[in-house]
Design a protein around this ligand. Structure first.
Ligand code: NAI
Length: 324
């Protein structure tokens, strides 16, 4: 009987996964692995790993030669060493398209809440101040330009739902051909051009070697004064000290952040003290429906791989099959 390691999860129960694995005759080993050694200890005799945040490193892959597939419950896969998996022939799968609308609407919500001072007004009203200018001047949203960094699934959806709120939508994505840009999105040739053009920046790239720390002092320094900044992609794409400096300098007027390099936000972080920073707890993906779809797709990758030798959603192609 195939046995899989459910390496970690923060769900109240795993009835949803059991309903997929039980009929397929798959046994589930559950754990809450935080370290490589815990994954290795629990993953012995398993042919697959289903994970939320557990580290799947070269050391883990080397120590578990029976594992043929790693399936991430989520779109991002930065806790998985995809190169080590590819070298070893281990498939890497994910659940990429369950929450495109959720993340895009969350990004738009953070952008509009920042522009319209929603959180600051609420704070002021509760403190006894009732005045439309209590939190400073507000520009007209329909005169602003939205700049999207990374025009993939979520970036495109963001452009689509946001375009009626703003004057223009521009985007920077060096990996797309012109034909991949919707007619209502103008292409800008560089990150610096995006910084110079946009009044509202929304980040939608994956975290890669190239994008880690990509939004730094040079990027924020190129912005117009008073730009709004939203990140629902991955925290480590942004250099947080540089963002904090930009908030103080005024090139960034307000920031809406769903993701941080260190999650949860560390106590004492300057972001917590800043009045124009809105934080949400890596929740952009979430709706009741999206969570179910996310978990179902990640689990089904493994069942499909067992049946056919290939998962539904491939991040990195492998060669390993279930050996029985
Ligand atoms: P996608 O792969 O469809 O799109 C990413 C786009 O970024 C691609 O078009 C790619 O060409 C572009 N890109 C890559 N490197 C770039 C660079 N250096 N500069 C500019 N563009 C670049 O991915 P999708 O589905 O749109 O997701 C984007 C990211 O959103 C995910 O990688 C994930 O980290 C994050 N995410 C966050 C969630 C949350 O709850 N906050 C939930 C789901 C995804």
């Amino acid at each position: 009987m195939p046995r899989i390691l459910y390496a970690d999860n923060d769900y109240p129960d795993i009835a949803l996964e059991r309903a997929i694995f039980d009929p397929a005759g798959v046994e589930i080993v559950t754990a809450q692995c935080k370290t490589e050694d815990e994954v290795i200890a629990h993953g012995r005799d398993c042919c697959a790993i289903l994970l939320q945040y557990a580290p799947i490193t070269a050391k883990v892959i080397a120590a578990l030669p029976a594992v043929g597939i790693v399936s991430r419950i989520g779109a991002g896969f930065d806790t998985v060493d995809t190169e080590a998996c590819a070298t070893a022939g281990v498939w890497v799968a994910n659940s990429p398209d369950y929450g495109v609308g959720e993340v895009a609407t969350h990004a738009l919500a953070l952008a509009l809440a920042s522009i319209r001072n929603v959180v600051a007004y609420d704070r002021d009203v509760r403190a006894g101040t009732w005045h439309f200018e209590s939190s400073g001047a507000i520009p007209r949203a329909s005169s602003l330009t939205l700049g999207i960094v990374g025009l993939g699934r979520i970036g495109k959806r963001m452009a689509h739902i946001a375009r009626n709120a703003f004057a223009r939508v521009v985007a920077y994505d060096p990996y797309l051909i012109d034909g991949d840009f919707p007619a209502y999105v103008e292409r800008v040739p560089s990150l610096a051009d995006l910084a110079r053009t946009a009044d509202v920046v929304s980040v939608h790239t994956p975290l890669t070697r190239e994008t880690r720390g990509m939004l730094d002092a040079a990027f924020f320094g190129a912005m117009k004064p008073g730009t709004y900044f939203v990140n629902t992609a991955r925290g480590a794409i942004v250099n947080i000290p540089d963002l904090v400096a930009a908030l103080h300098a005024g090139s960034v007027r307000a920031a809406g952040l769903d993701v941080l390099p260190e999650e949860p936000v560390p106590p004492g972080s300057p972001l917590l003290a800043h009045p124009r920073v809105i934080l949400t707890p890596h929740a952009a993906f979430y709706s009741v429906e999206a969570e179910k779809e996310l978990r179902r797709k990640a689990a089904r990758n493994i069942v499909t791989w067992l049946a056919t030798g290939r998962p539904d959603y491939v991040v990195t192609a492998g060669t390993r099959r279930y050996a029985g």
